[in-house]
Design a protein around this ligand. Structure first.
Ligand code: RIB
Ligand code: CA
Length: 311
């Protein structure tokens, strides 16, 4: 099978970084056309720099990196330095990038790629959906160039940034509504799934024991990461969110899900950004997403460790 044409939209972010490494480590499966960055975990200048830092770490500075939207559509930006550190990648673990940032805006790149695609492109979204929403608003025809969108975002159960909402969709709920309402082939990987995928000490050790710069850096990034989530949600270990999207594209057999009708709350204060899913779609409100519900965590970490060992 020819490699899947892929664009990753992200807000690195520690877990975004691990997801990028997993994608870089899978060249047989992915033709990575570019990385678009968005404000989220940390401001845009940092997410755009961090994506390039990870390109350097993986020796993949051939992959172009684009800066996108510096803030949500309507709301002011909410960031998560408490989770990801002041730089977004812990505290100074990776050197300043030397590869250039592309001059083209990420939204223009998305539109250009998706309107000229000879074969449809897969979008992996790992952060707030601002870039994709702006591209859809500016050029709805991009939908024809999209094979599928797999997003890390949402939660059928409790949120993480608020009791009701998951961070990515909370940061830009209006963008999330644009994407969910666009009728795209959408798969949602939310907290219900990622909280099943936790970095236990033995899984962390397996990465460190790779004995490579990538393995060591991945372990160094993950070691302090996510303890807040772990404590807040009474998990056995910190959850690993974004790599689940790449793992799903590589091994969908490690996951299960159902077709559901998904909607995004964009009003109010208590529940803004909430994903409301109806598992029993009716003709008037048909299913508009595949909502993933289970993950084989052991299989995901085996995949992650095996692949990162190749970098
Ligand atoms: O809620 C977790 C998500 O928000 C992850 O994508 C993390 O990187 C942050 O962007
Ligand atoms: Ca992210």
């Amino acid at each position: 099978m020819s490699p899947r044409r892929l664009i990753i939209d992200c807000d690195p972010g520690v877990d975004d970084a691990i997801a990028l490494l997993l994608a870089f480590a899978s060249p047989a499966e992915f033709d990575l056309l570019g990385i678009t960055t968005v404000a989220g975990n940390v401001p845009l200048a940092l997410t755009a720099a961090n994506a390039r830092r990870i390109c350097h770490l993986a020796q993949r500075t051939d992959v172009p990196v684009y800066a996108g939207c510096p803030r949500p559509l309507l709301r002011s930006l909410t960031t998560a330095e408490d989770i990801h550190g002041s730089t977004g990648l812990g505290e100074g673990l990776l050197p300043e990038p030397t590869m250039p940032l592309q001059d083209q805006h990420a939204v223009a790149f998305l539109i250009e790629q998706l309107t000229t695609a000879a074969t449809p492109i897969t979008l992996a979204t790992l952060g707030p959906l601002t870039n994709l929403a702006v591209a859809l608003i500016q050029c709805p025809e991009i939908a024809r160039g999209i094979d599928q969108v797999v997003m890390m975002g949402g939660a059928l159960g409790p949120g993480n940034i608020t009791p009701a909402a998951e961070f990515n969709l909370y940061v830009d709920p209006h963008a999330a509504k644009v994407v969910v309402d666009a009728g795209l082939p959408l798969t949602m990987i939310g907290l219900d799934v990622t909280h099943q995928v936790v970095t236990t000490p033995d899984r962390l050790a397996a990465l460190e024991n790779l004995g490579t710069p990538v393995g060591k850096t991945a372990a160094d990034l993950l070691r302090p990461y996510g303890q807040i989530d772990c404590d807040r949600h009474d998990l056995a270990a910190p959850p690993l969110h974004d790599p689940c999207v790449i793992a799903y594209l590589l091994r969908p057999d490690l996951f299960t899900g159902r077709a559901m009708r998904l909607a995004i709350e964009t009003e109010g204060s208590l529940c803004i950004g909430r994903t409301v899913a109806n598992a029993y779609p009716i003709p008037a409100t048909p299913a508009n997403a595949t909502v993933i519900e289970t993950a084989d965590a052991a299989g995901i970490y085996d995949l992650l460790t095996e692949r990162l060992g190749k970098l």
